[in-house]
Design a protein around this ligand. Sequence first.
Ligand code: AMP
Ligand code: MG
Length: 413
Amino acid sequence: MTRTALLSLDDALPQLLAQARALTDSQWVSTFEADGRVLAQDVASALQVPPQDNSSMDGYAVRVADCVQAGAVLCVTQRIPAGTQGTQINAGEAARIFTGAPIPMGADAVVMQEDCDALEDGQVKVNKAVPAGQWVRRSGEDVTRGATVLNKGTRLTPAELGLAASIGLAQLQVSIRPRVALFSTGDELVMPGDVAPEAMPAGAIYNSNRFFLRAMLQRLGCEVTDLGIVPDKREATIAALRDAAQHHDLILTSGGVSVGEEDHIKPAVESLGELNLWQLAIKPGKPFAYGKVNREAGTDACHFMGLPGNPVSSFVTFLLLVRPFVLTLQGVTQTDIARTDMTANFDWPRADKRREFLRVKRNAQGGLDLFPNQSSGVLTSAVWGDGVVDNPAGQTVAKGDTVRFISFAEWLV
Ligand code: AMP
Ligand code: MG
């Protein structure tokens, strides 16, 4: 592909997501195991929740007509703990009741025990007038029968698992996990554990991208095949891509996607399929690439995404581009990440032609501090920082300016 101007993120992202047709297969998983998975169908409730009117307090179920004035004395005729069912109460009667127990027939309110005096002879004195419906949780107030409680395309979190369980679902139908092949390129890379720090050869560095890329993919529900480090050789790169394409939905690489003679990813992808996007007007992260690698069987090609080697570039491009892509593959419809307006407590006097993602941290004053070294090789910035400022191209920042903040806490889940 030939192009002169760099593509903007706003142009690239919709093009990218248009390629990410949701995987059609789904599977049933235990509700226990469904955290982070994406619902493949709407979920409707076969019952109402709560199933019956029940008490939200420990106290006494009463008839409001008996308690229009403070000081009513009622005869306690039954005891209804949670999990049992009482019987009808009549005029002048009360039922001892506990939180979650069904309201007995005839009762229309609950008085909390703190507002009553239990008398010796099986009677109770109600010290306050009782409004109708007091401390009663109505049947169906949470979920009505037949209601759609969760929508297809929802990424499940613990709250959704609880709601699914509350309507009796022990299994949920979710999208299959995207199969992602991950590999790092770079002859300088060595693995932690293989070589001790004091024995590092000259010119070698540890492979850090492999660790956060794998973790981020797993958090996003992917099944990762980690293919390790591929040498900076054209043939080895082609072989790795060709093999990985056969049984994966996406190949994700880091490094080797720039323009140097040691960068083999781009020509290798072009020789096996096509490169659709390359180089974006963002900083860090310019050398991002997207394409397709053909499969031998002639079925749909495998998606390819190439991230830059510099660790912060890799980290940021993953969040901006790979994250929404793998979520879309799972059928998530809303993949945007929120930007919050916040005050900069720093100056950024040099505007860049590219849209920048500056590593920052929220401070005690409710503003943002800037990490002093914004180099794309300095991974400390992503650890010190708790998010980034999404700074438009050509924009300087002065103390007191309003900027758009993206929180890692939201972005990394
Ligand atoms: P590249 O994109 O291959 O030109 O790499 C750009 C820079 O990122 C170089 O300084 C590489 O040594 C470094 N780099 C590439 N891959 C990794 C990795 N997996 N972990 C840490 N640094 C890397
Ligand atoms: Mg390299």
